[in-house]
Design a protein around this ligand. Structure first.
Ligand SMILES: *Cc1c(COP(=O)(O)O)cnc(C)c1O
Length: 349
């Protein structure tokens, strides 16, 4: 077998959801964000486990994703769509009972015309300038929208992973200014916002990355383990090079393991010469460039040739790998290959 094995610990996933749930006041509900196919871990497995674990509300990016999650969860749990009501979404939203978070006057009009009486929420822009109605737009629409009983008013923080950033308080103040006095449930925080404290909790939180073991939830239990089989080991003499472009040259007799994953599996080239892999507790440097389907790793110091090396797991988090690659844990997770063999463990597996 020459594909890597990705092991997903569904008990750890549920434990992370419970910890984030416990981090906010009891009156605050905790949803689960399962967009991008459950941050690369497969939305069906992840949402089923979280539903068994207690989650009742789910968020996805697109209506198509929502339809898939609905198929997994059946009727009951509320599934909301961040991108709102796009042209062509009406049948999906209706047939799968999905709640669009309307982002603009245009989306509001489309929704009311296509699906009158169908539940919806409203997304407000409090400074991130990505999605949601702006202050003036909302001020003009509020009196028309409120009687239609939106299920939720939400916004999103731009800098919540940096607790000291002044943007957090600025967005909190703007969210209050736009929503205080309305008798509609409110949501501002994703993983980072939850960790900013109870002022940011409101009625509902929307954690994503923390569920999957990523920062800024540093207490998260690791959810993924990635073991990559060794295809071949060889001795390399001083002065010989390894891989494309001869970017690594041995300065001593070295033993090199070639392992079966590469940039086509989401292990981006930017981690060339920087990432580390593990054989048990022994750290082994990635040497040379990342190839499409292979990595070359210096295993000279190991007592014997390994059968496989571990990139993610107890010894190394997604964020440590992301640091080596100059990116963030979110990107490492969501880029993970479809071709990996996947093993789900835990009670919900
Ligand atoms: C992705 C996303 C989330 C979840 O964010 P995390 O940082 O992964 O917890 C919540 N809300 C919105 C609007 C998002 O786009």
């Amino acid at each position: 077998m020459s594909t890597a094995t990705l092991t997903i610990d569904l008990d750890a996933l549920v434990a992370n959801w419970r910890m984030l749930d416990a981090a906010t006041p009891a009156s605050t509900q905790t949803a689960a964000v399962v967009k991008a196919d459950g941050y690369g871990l497969f939305a069906d497995k992840v949402s089923k486990a979280l539903a068994i674990g207690g989650a009742r509300r789910f968020f996805v990016a697109a209506a198509e994703e929502g339809a898939m999650v609905r198929q997994t969860l059946g009727p009951g749990p509320e599934i909301s769509v961040f991108s709102g009501h796009m042209d062509g979404d009406a049948a999906l939203l209706r047939d799968h009972n999905l709640v669009p978070m309307l982002n603009s006057t245009e989306q509001l009009t489309r929704h009311i015309e296509a699906l009158p009486g169908h539940p919806f929420g409203v997304q407000l822009d409090t400074g991130m300038n990505r999605l949601g109605m702006e202050h003036a737009e909302w001020a003009a629409l509020r009196d028309l929208v409120i009687p239609l009983n939106p299920t939720l008013i939400m916004s999103h923080l731009a800098c919540a992973d940096d607790p000291g950033h002044p943007m957090n308080q600025a967005q909190l103040a703007e969210f209050h200014a736009m929503t205080d006095g309305l008798d509609i449930p409110r949501s501002l925080s994703a993983t980072g916002g939850i960790l900013l404290g109870p002022n940011y909790a409101f009625d509902l939180t929307r954690p994503g990355i923390g569920l999957y073991g990523g920062e800024p939830f540093v207490e998260a239990r690791p959810v993924v383990t990635l073991d990559i089989p060794v295809i071949q080991c060889r001795d390399v003499a001083p002065g010989e090079s390894v891989g494309y472009g001869n970017s690594w040259v041995a300065d001593r007799p070295a033993r090199i393991a070639t392992i079966a994953a590469g940039y086509a599996d989401g292990l981006i080239r930017a981690m060339s010469g920087k990432a580390r892999l593990y054989s048990g507790i022994h750290s082994c440097p990635l040497v040379g460039r990342v190839s499409m389907d292979m990595l070359t790793v210096d295993v000279t110091h190991l007592p014997q040739d390994p059968d496989s090396l571990q990139l993610l797991g107890a010894m190394q988090t997604v964020d440590q790998v992301a640091d080596a690659a100059g990116t963030i844990g979110y990107e490492i997770l969501t880029s993970m290959a479809q071709r990996y063999r996947r093993i789900y463990t835990g009670i919900a597996a």
